[in-house]
Design a protein. Structure first.
Ligand code: MCN
Length: 783
C-alpha cells in the first residue's frame, strides 16, 4: 500500500450512492398496504381546546381513522426529556404526543389522520374542526419571566423551566477589578435546515408483536429506548432503522411526537404507516436552536489580564422541553464560558424559560457556540476599553501549552493544546500589520473594512460517562463497535454511532484498513440499525470519531491480538515473537516466515489447527468509554467590508486554523469545517427566526428565512495544527462543530471592527444591511 489509509484524502465511500441518487432515505421506503399520516396542527400559539370535531373528516374518501389527544390518552405516554442537569430544578412538565386540553405553540399537534394516500390524509386533516379559545401568548423569554406574563404550565410557575448555577465565587474579583466591561448579547433563534426533512415509516407484525420503525434519527438506539417506553413495546421487539439520513445538525436528536404517533397508528391499524413532514411543517415543528439573552461581565486589569467572568443567561426553551433541550444551555454552555482563556474566577447562572414557541434543542455546536460568542465578543470589548489590540489581549490570556491538562473554573479538564501556535499560524496567513495599514488608508477614503478574531476551544466527544455524570449529564455516552472478519478476509464493521452526512463510512473504514492492513474496498461499515448493532449512542456532539472511532480501534486491536495467537501457532513460534504489519504476521527477525491476515482468518474459521483454548471465528467487539471529553481548538479570522451606502457586509477573507488531533481524512475534515463556517456565518449575517406578538412564526419558509449561499463566501483559507488528545486510542478530537462555534463571533467582531470609527459597539445578529445601515446613520446623526 503506497499511502497509509489513516491521514489520506480519500473520496467518500458513501458518495457513490448518495450523489447518483441511489441513497435510501426514510421517505423512499415503500411497503405493501402502506397508509399515510397527517397531523392537524394548532394555528394558535396559545389556546384552550374546547372541542375537536372529527365527524366530517372521518367520512372523507380514503380515511381509515382519526385520533385526537383525548382518544389516545393513556395509550401513548408523554414525550420524555433528559433530566439534565439534575440540580437545576428542572420542571418535567407534561408534553403530550397530541394536545388534549391546551396548545402551546403554533404547530402543536392536535389530531392525527391516517388515510390511504397522503393527499387524502391532508384533505381530511383540513376537514377537522377544532374549536379553540385563544389565550394570550408570549414568545420572548424576558417577557415570559415578567410579572403578569401568560403562564404555559401549571407546574412551572413564572415560566421557569430550570435555574442552574455553576462556577466559583466572583464578587471579590469584580470588586477589586481595575476594569469591568458589561454587555448584553442576544443570540437569536435559528432554524436548522438539513436537506432531508424528518420522516417515519412504521410496520407492525401483530402475530409476533414486532415493530420496525424507519426514522430520520441521529441516534436510533436512544430512540429505541424512548419509543419502547412511550408505546410499551419491549426493546427486543422494536427495531429502529436510520437508513440514509440527509443531515440533521442536531435537529434529529430529539424524540418527536410525530414518529411515536406513526408507530402507534401502525400498531393500532395493523398496517404500515408513513409520515413525512413538509418543509413548511419543518420550520414550525422541528426543534429550533440557540435563542439566548446573555448578560456578561468581565473583570480585568488595565494592562490586559482578565481576572473574572460572570454570565447570566436566559435561554428560551420553547413550549416544552425537547429531549436534549435542557442540556444545551446548561452543561454544554455554562461549563465553558471562560473559553480558551485562563480566567481564574468564573460563574454562570442559567434560566431556562418556557415560551409559546417551537421547542429548542441542539443546533450544530449546541451551547458551545453561545458560550464562545459571548466570551469572544467580550474579549474584544475589553480590548477596546483598555485601548489594546484584541490579538494581544487574547495572547496574554490564552491558556499556555505548559498548563495542560488545564482545569477550568467549572471543573472541566481541557485535555491538550497549543493555542498560541494556532493563533500565530493564522496571523501569519493574514499579515496583520499590512491589514491594519490598508484599513487605515481605506478609512481615509470613507471605506470600511474590519478584521475579527475568534480563538476558540470546544468541549466535545460526548462523552465519557463518568466525567459527563460528574458535571450533570447522567446518561452513559460510551460507544460500541464490532469488527467481524469474514472467512474470505473481508471485514464488516458495526458501529453504534449513526453518521448522517459526516462521512464515517469512509473514515471508520480508514481506521480499520489502517490497523488491519487491508484495502479500503474490503471493509464495509454498518450503522443505523438496532437489530444489527447491540447498542450505541448515536452521532452528535462531535463524538463519533473520538468515542465511536476509539471503540473501533479497540475492537480492531482485539481482532489482531486473537489473530496473533493463531498466527504464532501456524508459524510455530511463541506469540511474543510474532510481529504484525501491513496485513502480515511474521516471526520476529525472520520476515520470510509469515502468514497473511487472510490465511489466519481462514484458519480461525476452519479451526482444525487452532492453538489450545482458542475459540473459532474472528471477530471482536468493544464497549468504549473514554476518560475525558476532547477539546479541539483553533483561531479563526474573518475579514469583512461594510458598504457605507447600503450597510451590506461582505466576507472578504476567511482564515481558519483548527486542531482536531491527527486527521483521518483531510478532505472530510475540510468539508466539515467549510460547512460549519457557513452555518456560523449564517447566524452572524443572515439567519434568524422571528415571531410576531401573537406567537406566529414570521420566518416560516426560505422566502423569509435567509440561508447562507455559496456565492457569499470567499475561498476559505485553511490550515491546521496537530495536538493529540491523550484520552482516546486514536488521539483524535471532534471537528464536526468547530467551524460553527468559531465563525459567528469572528464575523461579528470583524463587523464591529469595521464600524469602530462610528463608535458602534454592538448590534444584534443577524447583521443585515438595514440594521447596519441604520446604526451607521444614527451614529453619524449623533456626531
Ligand atoms: N474526522 C477526521 N479526523 C479527525 C476528526 C474527525 O477525519 N481528527 C472526520 C470524522 O471521522 C468524520 C467527520 O470528520 O467523518 C466528523 O467527525 P466528528 O468530529 O467525530 O463529528 P461527528 O461525526 O460526531 O458528527 C457530529 C457533528 C455535529 S455535532 C453536527 S451538528 C453536524 C456535523 O457533525 N451535523 C452534520 N457535521 C455534519 N455534516 C453533515 N453533512 N450533516 C450534518 O447534519
Amino acid at each position: 500500500m503506497s499511502e497509509r489509509p489513516f491521514g489520506s484524502r480519500m473520496v467518500r465511500k458513501e458518495d457513490a450512492r448518495l450523489v447518483t441518487g441511489r441513497g435510501r432515505y426514510t421517505d423512499d421506503v415503500q411497503l405493501p398496504g402502506m397508509l399515510y399520516a397527517a397531523i392537524v396542527r394548532s394555528p394558535y400559539a396559545h389556546a384552550r381546546i374546547k372541542s375537536v370535531d372529527v365527524s366530517a373528516a372521518q367520512t372523507l374518501p380514503g380515511v381509515i381513522k382519526v385520533y385526537t389527544g383525548q382518544s389516545i390518552k393513556g395509550q401513548v405516554a408523554p414525550i420524555p426529556t433528559a433530566w439534565i442537569p439534575p440540580d437545576s430544578g428542572l420542571k418535567m412538565v407534561e408534553h403530550p404526543a397530541l394536545a388534549y386540553d391546551r396548545v402551546r405553540y403554533v404547530g402543536d399537534g392536535v389530531a392525527l389522520v391516517v388515510a390511504e394516500s397522503r393527499a387524502q390524509a391532508e384533505d381530511a386533516a383540513e376537514a377537522i374542526q377544532v374549536d379553540y379559545e385563544p389565550l394570550p401568548a408570549v414568545h420572548d423569554q424576558m417577557e415570559a419571566l415578567a410579572d403578569g406574563a401568560p403562564q404555559l404550565h401549571q407546574d412551572a410557575p413564572g415560566n421557569v423551566a430550570l435555574h442552574w448555577q455553576v462556577g466559583t465565587p466572583v464578587d471579590d474579583a469584580f470588586q477589586s477589578a481595575e476594569v469591568v466591561v458589561k454587555r448584553s448579547f442576544r443570540q437569536q433563534r435559528l432554524i436548522p435546515n438539513p436537506m432531508e426533512p424528518r420522516s417515519a415509516v412504521a410496520q407492525y407484525n401483530p402475530s409476533t408483536g414486532e415493530m420496525t420503525l424507519w426514522s430520520t434519527t441521529q441516534n436510533p438506539h436512544i430512540h429505541r429506548v424512548l419509543v419502547s417506553g412511550i408505546l410499551g413495546i419491549p426493546e427486543h421487539k422494536l427495531r429502529i432503522l436510520a437508513t440514509d439520513v440527509g443531515g440533521g445538525f442536531g435537529s434529529k436528536i430529539a424524540c418527536y411526537a410525530d414518529e411515536v404517533l406513526t408507530a402507534f397508528a401502525a400498531r393500532d391499524l395493523g398496517r404500515p404507516v408513513k409520515w413525512t413532514e413538509s418543509r413548511s411543517e419543518h420550520f414550525l415543528i422541528t426543534s429550533h436552536g440557540r435563542d439566548h439573552v446573555d448578560q456578561v461581565e468581565l473583570a480585568g486589569t488595565r494592562d490586559g489580564r482578565v481576572t473574572a467572568i460572570r454570565v447570566r443567561a436566559y435561554a428560551n426553551m420553547g413550549a416544552y422541553l425537547s429531549t436534549a433541550g435542557p442540556g444545551v444551555p446548561t452543561i454544554l454552555f455554562g461549563l465553558i464560558v471562560n473559553g480558551a482563556y485562563d480566567i481564574p474566577k468564573a460563574s454562570a447562572e442559567v434560566y431556562g424559560v418556557f415560551t409559546n414557541t417551537t421547542p429548542v434543542d441542539a443546533y450544530r455546536g449546541a451551547g458551545r457556540p453561545e458560550a464562545t460568542y459571548l466570551v469572544e465578543r467580550i474579549m474584544d470589548a475589553y480590548a477596546r476599553e483598555i485601548g489594546q489590540d484584541p490579538v494581544e489581549v487574547r495572547r496574554k490570556n490564552l491558556i499556555k501549552k505548559e498548563q495542560f491538562p488545564y482545569n477550568n473554573p467549572f471543573g472541566l479538564t481541557y485535555d491538550s493544546g497549543d493555542y498560541h501556535q494556532a493563533l500565530d499560524r493564522a496571523l501569519g496567513m493574514l499579515d496583520y500589520g499590512a491589514f491594519r495599514k490598508e484599513q487605515e488608508a481605506l478609512r481615509q477614503q470613507g471605506k470600511y473594512i474590519g478584521v475579527g478574531f475568534s480563538t476558540y476551544v470546544e468541549m466535545c466527544g460526548l462523552g465519557p460517562s463518568q466525567v459527563a455524570g460528574a458535571v450533570g449529564f447522567q446518561g452513559g455516552l460510551w460507544e460500541s463497535a464490532m469488527v467481524r472478519v469474514h472467512p474470505g478476509g473481508k471485514v464488516t464493521v458495526f458501529t453504534g454511532a449513526s453518521p448522517h452526512g459526516q462521512g464515517e463510512e469512509t473514515t471508520f473504514a480508514q481506521i480499520v484498513a489502517d490497523r488491519l492492513g487491508l484495502p479500503m474496498a474490503d471493509i464495509e461499515v454498518v450503522h443505523g440499525d438496532t437489530d444489527r448493532i447491540a447498542m450505541g449512542w448515536g452521532t452528535y456532539g462531535s463524538r463519533t470519531t473520538a468515542v465511536g472511532g476509539g471503540a473501533l480501534a479497540l475492537a480492531a486491536d482485539r481482532v489482531i491480538a486473537k489473530a496473533k495467537t493463531i498466527a504464532a501457532h501456524m508459524l510455530e513460534v511463541p506469540v511474543e515473537a510474532v510481529e504484525f504489519g501491513q496485513g502480515q504476521f511474521h516471526a520476529e527477525g525472520n520476515p520470510d516466515r509469515s502468514v497473511t491476515l487472510q490465511e489466519v482468518t481462514l484458519q480461525a474459521y476452519l479451526a482444525w489447527n487452532l492453538p489450545p483454548g482458542v475459540e473459532p471465528g474472528l471477530e471482536a467487539s468493544a464497549f468504549y468509554d473514554p476518560t475525558n471529553f476532547t477539546y479541539p481548538f483553533g483561531t479563526h479570522i474573518a475579514v469583512v467590508s461594510v458598504d457605507a451606502e447600503t450597510g451590506e457586509v461582505k466576507l472578504l477573507r476567511y482564515i481558519a486554523v483548527d486542531d482536531c488531533g491527527p486527521v483521518i481524512n483531510p478532505m472530510i475534515v475540510e468539508g466539515q469545517i467549510h460547512g460549519g463556517i457557513a452555518q456560523g456565518v449564517g447566524q452572524a449575517l443572515y439567519e434568524g427566526a422571528r415571531y410576531d406578538e401573537d406567537g406566529q412564526l414570521l420566518t416560516g419558509s426560505f422566502l423569509d428565512y435567509a440561508m447562507p449561499k455559496a456565492r457569499f463566501f470567499p475561498p476559505i483559507e485553511l490550515d491546521h495544527t496537530v495536538t493529540p488528545s491523550p484520552h482516546n486510542p486514536l488521539g483524535v478530537k471532534g471537528v464536526g462543530e468547530t467551524g460553527t462555534i468559531a465563525s459567528t463571533p469572528a464575523v461579528v467582531n470583524a463587523v464591529m471592527d469595521a464600524l469602530a470609527p462610528f463608535d458602534i459597539v454592538d448590534l444584534d445578529m443577524p447583521l443585515t444591511p438595514p440594521k447596519v445601515w441604520q446604526a451607521m446613520q444614527s451614529a453619524m446623526a449623533a456626531k
